[in-house]
Design a protein around this ligand. Structure first.
Ligand code: GLV
Ligand code: MN
Ligand code: MN
Ligand code: MN
Length: 409
């Protein structure tokens, strides 16, 4: 069969329509997991999936599964999907592109009366971002067995609201089991979220794996006291200590290229102008494509904390999430590469810097990903941008890779 192309306008229109739900003034999107806006996005997605002839089910962690029948329903489906939740100042494409590309692949199969031996199953995974509820990739992580359903439903946002209660509130605490999911193959399409494809002038990234991640919470306890009456040498200022820690995180990442280190969240207590900060809560995110290097970064972080503690505050470090670098399946990687070549797109192999649901799906199913360029490599930002042509390209690659694995009859 000749390589097929998806309907570019329909894909783009769906992206722009979905982006209105939680759309921000700067052109981005804020649709946090298990909020009213997430509910609206999910409901629109289900409407579209049903219009495309899919049967829709929701599991106990809120993952949405949309099935297009195959000739042999006893075979495991070929899957694709990503997430609808965004960062607080997110863009229109991170995650959303992956779920709408999967839907557009199904719509194009319908347009061309394509029948496949394996069923097709598209997934909207719950809380990929890990922004409102940490860690990230909760829905796919529960299905892969990395997390227990109970611990995930019990995770709380900064206001103390439980994910399980929030899912029930928006009507997405489903009754399908989270265990026993199978895929013959799984593909996730995503914007690259980094600068490499653009710099190399490639249209498609054939993703061979994902870098490892370690997430921590740190609580630094100093002593609150008066900003005007406490001499500088008698202070135990938790913000000063955490500032040193922020700089250490940067230093550690730079000492282990191409590792990354980020402090993206900080709470200052009591956050009052004329009181020396007594307690700081902060996040630390370390990433590296090589596990030994990531372990070395972890050791450096612990050593840095010991050193900073000597200057005053107590530091509690909670290393609450780790996943090792992921290597995708060779057959799935080959299917993506072949689809890219058949369609005549320029391409390169690439490793995912961000976390993706596909990383957890690869625990239990042959998996790989398709990347497309994004403007200036910027993501997790309202100005995140890409073109209709790039979206169409990645989606056409997805469609053909899926058809290879699902076997057209
Ligand atoms: C989460 O998806 C991340 O990679 O930050
Ligand atoms: Mn994403
Ligand atoms: Mn993201
Ligand atoms: Mn991500």
């Amino acid at each position: 069969m000749e390589a097929l192309k998806v309907n570019s306008d329909r894909l783009w229109d769906s992206l722009m329509e979905m982006a209105k739900i939680g759309g921000t003034e700067k052109g981005g999107c804020c649709r946090l997991a298990a909020t009213d806006l997430d509910k609206q996005g999910r409901e629109l997605y289900i409407k579209w999936a049903e219009e495309a002839g899919c049967t829709v089910k929701v599991d106990a962690v809120g993952n949405i599964m949309c099935t297009r029948p195959g000739e042999d329903m006893s075979l495991p489906p070929v899957g694709s999907g990503s997430h609808l939740d965004t960062q607080p100042t997110g863009g229109k494409f991170d995650g959303v592109y992956g779920v709408l590309a999967a839907l557009e692949a199904v719509r194009t199969m319908n347009d061309n009366d394509i029948k496949t031996k394996h069923p097709i199953e598209i997934s909207v995974w719950t809380n990929e971002e890990g922004s409102r509820f940490a860690p990230a990739m909760m829905g796919s992580g529960v299905v892969s067995g990395r997390f227990s359903l109970e611990e995930i439903l019990d995770s709380k946002d900064v206001d103390g609201l439980r994910l399980g209660d929030e899912l029930a509130r928006i009507g997405f605490a489903g009754d399908e089991p989270v265990t026993g999911r199978k895929f013959h193959a799984f593909f996730e399409t995503h914007i690259e979220q980094g600068p490499y494809l653009e710099a190399e002038e490639k249209q498609v990234g054939v993703v061979t794996g994902g870098q490892g991640q370690r997430w921590y919470n740190a609580v630094l306890t100093g002593r609150e006291s008066h900003a005007g009456t406490t001499p500088m040498h008698l202070r135990n200022d938790a913000l000063i200590a955490s500032s040193k820690l922020v700089l250490k995180v940067e230093e550690i990442a730079k000492a282990h290229p191409p590792g990354c280190g980020t402090v993206g969240f900080m709470q200052v207590m009591p956050n009052s102008r004329n009181t020396i900060p007594g307690e700081i809560s902060m996040s630390i995110d370390l990433r590296h494509p090589i596990d030994e290097e990531l372990s070395a970064m972890d050791a450096d972080l612990k050593a840095a904390i010991k050193e900073i503690e000597e200057s005053g505050p107590n530091i509690e470090l909670d290393p609450f999430w780790y996943y090792e670098p992921i290597h995708f399946n060779q057959d799935c990687i080959a299917a993506v590469r072949k689809a890219t070549q058949d369609l005549g797109y320029s391409h390169m192999d690439i490793i995912a810097g961000a976390g993706h649901d596909a990383c957890y799906v690869s625990d239990f199913a042959p998996t790989s990903m398709v990347f497309t360029p994004c403007l200036n490599g910027i993501s997790h930002n309202e100005i995140e941008s890409t073109t209709q042509e790039e979206c169409e390209g990645g989606c056409s690659v997805l469609l053909n890779a899926m058809l290879t694995m699902a076997e057209v009859v």
